[in-house]
Write a new protein. Structure first.
Lengths: 247, 383
């Protein structure tokens, strides 16, 4: 169950409390996020929407351990990440987070197989174990017949599938998707969203997704709206409280 | 080295840039190697100079001679084991470009003072008995295709009008060590003395002394110089290594020249490779950010950048050294007579490669640290 009132039972997979982020630009302080609370359970699929500059990507970066908050805490699967050192955070990311970017960000000089294998190079898996994992991940995204192709030999949709395979190959605790369909045509976007839904439904993945596209956001279990750094609205109000309650 | 594949893939990403950078390394390494072999050639005489040998020259300079009678006088000084004298002959074989060092020697004592040169006994005996005889170094004999028994005409204009001296090649000497000088040409002092004009008769260009012990060097040198102080032919006595160093300095401050050019090469190379690596890292900023996002450590990112720049340097270095290895013998042959033999030793090859890899590492440091310290969030925002 997704809550934004900070009243979770403490057993949530992801627990955010009083999260604030302030940037300093010149002499000016810009408050991007203001005292956010969020509770997510395993298997939740949440979409974040909001205008540009509302803090969606900042929230995603904080949840992914790529940035540190000015205030507040983030606890994932019992680990509080806000006070981890840089190197600990790097290790934590490798183990717990799968990233899916709008621009795919594949390494162009590596094949699909090699790109997907990258996160596994940080583990102690043997070569043959790595191969099995990579083949499985590419099979899940339907690209087992393209594993020796370079990114330039793939369509945008296929590249995004490789990115998804790279994100899931190490079986992370949750996936962070930053505009996963932002660079795709509608058909490819539908296919990618179907794949993400499948990851949630079939494989029990927890997914946090930022998007500008209302149709894409509608595919999530819940959509949270961010405006000026505050969670102000929830789109699926089937059973919850708006802006500060259970969604 | 789990990232080996990625490092090599990145290396070959921009092939033209890679070829150009490797090429700049190779050309710099050729220049570096050439300077180093020239430096080493000039210093080889110093390095192999006998610790137990002294050289006496005229205090005014090497081109001024001394009376040949000094030899017997010096021989009586305690600590002096053998004395021999040399003279610069300075002729050419057939044409001006065929120049090589020719020395007028004292056959009786020459090999006693220079035991590092070997001549077969029968050839040496023939030479001693033959006033027109000469001994040539193996390298010079090979250069001109001479065989024992050949008649060798040497044109000389140092002693009076230009004249061709005819010699009999009685023997060929070899050096005991690989880096020994096998380019010399020895002719008999008696023959020289009988055929030169009066001003050069009964003279020696310089004396070489072999001592009982190197510990006697300072005392013997002081004794000799004191003995001839205020005479018409004052002397300057020094160790053979100091003499060789002074001889090398006649060509100018080779060490300074080589260090200056070497430093320019080093910094140019540093800038070229540093710039290449900086561009290369800047082009890949989003990829590096993704690597860091998925959990690649900062140290590994630095390692990847350094490994890439060091590999470029290594390949460039190897290529340059291979070219130098092929070119230096040909250059040495062309410059024979003007410069001492140019030898590209294993030590020089290893130093060249180390130099290249060091430059590679240094040039990768700034972009490497930049990539290491880069904040993923900022880098991804730039995409």
């Amino acid at each position: 169950m997704i809550r934004v009132d900070g009243q979770g039972n403490g057993k949530s997979l992801i627990q955010v409390r009083g999260l604030s982020k302030t940037y300093r630009r010149g002499g000016e302080e810009i408050q991007v996020l203001q005292r956010l609370n969020l509770d997510l359970d395993k298997g939740d699929f949440v979409g974040f929407m909001g205008p540009s500059g509302s803090g969606k990507t900042t929230l995603l970066n904080l949840l992914g351990g790529l940035d540190v908050p000015s205030q507040g805490s983030i606890t994932v699967d019992g680990d509080e990440i806000t006070h981890m050192s840089g190197s600990k955070l790097t290790q934590w990311r490798a183990r717990h987070v799968g990233f899916i970017f709008q621009m795919y960000n594949l390494i162009p000089v590596l094949t699909a197989f090699q790109n997907v294998e990258l996160p596994l190079l940080l583990t102690k898996l043997s070569k043959s174990e790595r191969r099995t994992h990579v083949e499985t991940a590419l099979n899940v995204v339907g690209l087992s017949n393209r594993m020796d192709h370079y990114p330039r030999q793939l369509s945008g949709g296929q590249e995004q599938r490789v990115t998804i395979a790279r994100a899931i190959v190490s079986d992370p605790t949750f996936l962070l998707c930053d505009e996963p369909t932002g660079d795709l045509d509608r058909k490819s976007a539908d296919e990618i969203m179907a794949l993400i839904e499948e990851l949630v439904a079939k494989h029990g993945k927890t997914v946090l997704m930022v998007t500008h596209d209302a149709m894409v956001a509608a595919r999530a279990h819940t959509t949270l709206h961010l405006d000026k750094g505050v969670l102000v609205e929830a789109s699926k109000l089937e059973q919850g409280v708006v802006a500060g309650g259970v969604v | 080295m789990k990232f080996r594949r990625l490092i090599f893939a990145n290396l070959f990403r921009k092939k033209i840039r890679l070829i150009l950078t490797i090429g700049s390394f190779a050309i710099s390494l050729i220049l570096f190697t050439f300077l180093a072999v020239v430096y080493s050639a000039f210093n080889r005489g110093i390095e192999i100079a006998g610790a137990d040998r002294l050289v006496i020259e005229n205090r005014v300079g090497l081109i001024q001679t001394m009376p040949v009678s000094y030899g017997d006088q010096v021989r009586g000084i305690p600590g002096v084991k053998y004395v021999t004298h040399d003279h610069w002959f300075g002729g050419v074989y057939q044409e001006e470009k065929n120049f090589f060092p020719q020395f007028v020697i004292d056959p009786e004592n020459h090999l006693k003072v220079y035991p590092e040169f070997v001549v077969p006994d029968d050839q040496w005996n023939t030479f001693v008995k033959d006033q027109q005889g000469v001994i040539a170094g193996a390298k010079t004999a090979k250069r001109f295709g001479w065989k024992v028994g050949d008649r060798i005409p040497i044109k000389n204009s140092l002693y009076g009008p230009t004249k061709t001296w005819e010699f009999n090649l009685d023997g060929i000497y070899h050096a005991k060590t690989a880096d020994g000088d096998e380019s010399q040409f020895w002719l008999q002092w008696k023959n020289f003395d009988e055929n030169v004009p009066a001003f050069a008769k009964s003279t020696a260009g310089w004396y070489i002394l072999r001592l009982d012990s190197p510990d006697d060097a300072v005392r013997v040198a002081k004794t000799i110089d004191a003995k001839y102080a205020n005479s018409s032919w004052e002397t300057k006595t020094e160790t053979e290594s100091a003499f060789q160093a002074g001889f090398a300095k006649q060509f100018g401050n080779i060490e300074f020249l080589i260090l200056s050019i070497g430093s320019v090469v080093f910094f140019t190379l540093l800038l070229v490779t540093g710039n290449t690596m900086a561009i290369s890292v800047r082009e890949r900023i989003s990829e590096l950010a993704v690597l860091k996002a998925i959990g690649v450590r900062d140290g590994s990112v630095l390692f990847m950048v350094l490994a890439e720049s060091m590999l470029i340097a290594f390949f460039g270095g190897v290529f340059g050294l291979l070219l130098a290895w092929a070119a230096i013998p040909a250059m040495s042959a062309k410059l024979a007579g003007f410069l001492p033999p140019l030898i590209l030793s294993k030590t020089l090859l290893s130093s060249g490669l180390l130099f290249a890899v060091f430059v590679g590492m240094a040039s990768g440091l700034i972009p490497g640290f930049g990539a290491m310290r880069m904040r993923v969030v900022n880098a991804l925002r730039r995409v």
